[in-house]
Design a protein around this ligand. Structure first.
Ligand SMILES: Nc1ncnc2c1ncn2[C@@H]1O[C@H](COP(=O)(O)OP(=O)(O)OP(=O)(O)O)[C@@H](O)[C@H]1O
Ligand SMILES: [Mg+2]
Length: 279
C-alpha cells in the first residue's frame, strides 16, 4: 500500500443529471513513476483528476493519498491541496487574478510565505514556464497557449509533491512543448511525482513509465508504454493510434532488424548498441 501515491477503489461519480463519469474505477499509482492517462473524449480523465485533490467527491468508493483515505473536511482538503496540485484542462477555469504576477503569486501568498519568498517562487515559476515577459500582462487577454503556461506556472509556484496536469501540451506550440518536457524532466530530478493526461500518443510513449487507458469511466488497460501501445485490441477499443516511432520500429523488425529493446525516442533509436541489422 505504501508504494502507492494515489489510489482509487471502486469509485463511482455522477454529475448532476445522473451523468455517470466514473463507473466503479479502481487504480493504484506507484510512487516515483511518470504516469500518463489516455482515453477518448468523455472517458473520465478530468473527472478522475478532480478526485485526486478532493475537488470532487465520489458518490461511492474511496480515494487514498499515500495510503490514507482522503477526508473532505476543510482542514484536510487545504493540506491535501498543498501536496497535490492540479493544472486544469481549461485555463479559463483556473485563472482568475488580474495580472500574471498576481495570479501566480496567489498560491504561495495564501500559503503564508514572506513576500521575498513569494517573489522568488513566482520568478522561478515564470522562468520555467517561459513567460517572464508576461508578468505584468492581464491574464484575461492572453492567448490560450499563454494562459495554459500561466496555469502551469501557478502550480509550479506552489511546489507540491504531486503535479497533476490535465492535457498540459494542448495549445502549446512546438517550442513550448519542448519547454514543457524540460519542466517535466526537472520535476523528476527534484523527486516530484507527475501525472498527466494527454491525447498525444507520441508524448505518452516517450515520456511515461506507466500508462493507464480510460474508457467509459473505468480503466480499460494499464501497463508500460511498450505493453500498452503494442496491444492492438486495446488501442482499437480506446480509439488510440500507435505511436509513429513504435510503428516504424515494428516495420524495421519485420524487415529483419533486431532490437534489444524497442527505442522510445529518437535519441534511443540513434544509439548504435540498441539494434543491429540482420546479415
Ligand atoms: N460539469 C459537468 N456537468 C455534467 N457532465 C459533465 C461535466 N463535466 C464532465 N461531464 C461529463 O462527464 C463525462 C466525463 O467527462 P470528462 O471531462 O471527465 O472526460 P475527459 O476524459 O476528460 O474528456 P476530454 O478528453 O474531452 O477532456 C462526459 O460524459 C462529460 O460529458
Ligand atoms: Mg478532460
Amino acid at each position: 500500500m505504501d508504494d502507492y501515491i494515489l489510489e482509487m477503489r471502486d469509485v463511482i461519480f455522477e454529475y448532476p443529471g445522473g451523468i455517470r463519469a466514473l463507473n466503479g474505477i479502481s487504480m493504484a499509482i506507484e510512487k516515483g513513476k511518470n504516469i500518463a492517462i489516455l482515453g477518448p473524449n468523455g472517458s473520465g480523465k478530468s473527472t478522475l483528476f478532480l478526485h485526486f485533490n478532493g475537488i470532487l467527491r465520489p458518490k461511492s468508493g474511496r480515494v487514498f493519498y499515500r495510503g490514507q483515505e482522503i477526508r473532505y473536511s476543510r482542514y484536510y482538503l487545504i493540506n491535501l491541496r498543498k501536496k497535490v496540485g492540479i493544472v486544469f484542462q481549461d485555463p479559463d477555469t483556473q485563472l482568475f487574478a488580474g495580472s500574471v504576477f498576481q495570479e501566480v503569486s496567489f498560491g504561495p501568498m495564501n500559503l503564508g510565505f514572506p513576500i521575498t519568498e513569494v517573489k522568488k517562487r513566482v520568478e522561478e515559476a515564470l522562468k520555467a514556464a517561459g513567460i517572464e515577459e508576461l508578468e505584468h500582462r492581464p491574464t484575461h487577454f492572453l492567448s490560450y497557449g499563454q494562459k495554459k503556461r500561466v496555469s502551469i506556472a501557478d502550480v509550479l509556484a506552489m511546489d507540491p509533491e504531486v503535479l497533476i496536469l490535465d492535457e498540459p501540451a494542448a495549445y502549446l506550440d512546438p517550442k513550448h512543448v519542448e519547454k514543457l518536457l524540460e519542466i517535466l524532466e526537472e520535476l523528476r530530478r527534484k523527486g516530484k511525482q507527475v501525472i498527466l493526461s494527454t491525447h498525444d500518443v507520441e508524448l505518452a510513449y516517450s515520456w511515461a513509465d506507466y500508462v493507464f487507458i480510460l474508457k467509459d469511466g473505468k480503466v480499460a488497460g494499464e501497463g508500460t508504454p511498450t505493453e500498452i501501445f503494442q496491444n492492438e485490441k486495446l488501442l482499437k477499443e480506446a480509439d488510440l493510434k500507435k505511436p509513429l516511432l513504435l510503428e516504424i520500429c515494428e516495420v524495421l523488425k519485420q524487415k529483419g532488424f533486431i532490437f534489444d529493446r524497442l527505442p522510445r525516442n529518437i535519441l534511443e533509436l540513434r544509439r548504435e548498441d540498441l539494434f543491429w541489422a540482420k546479415a
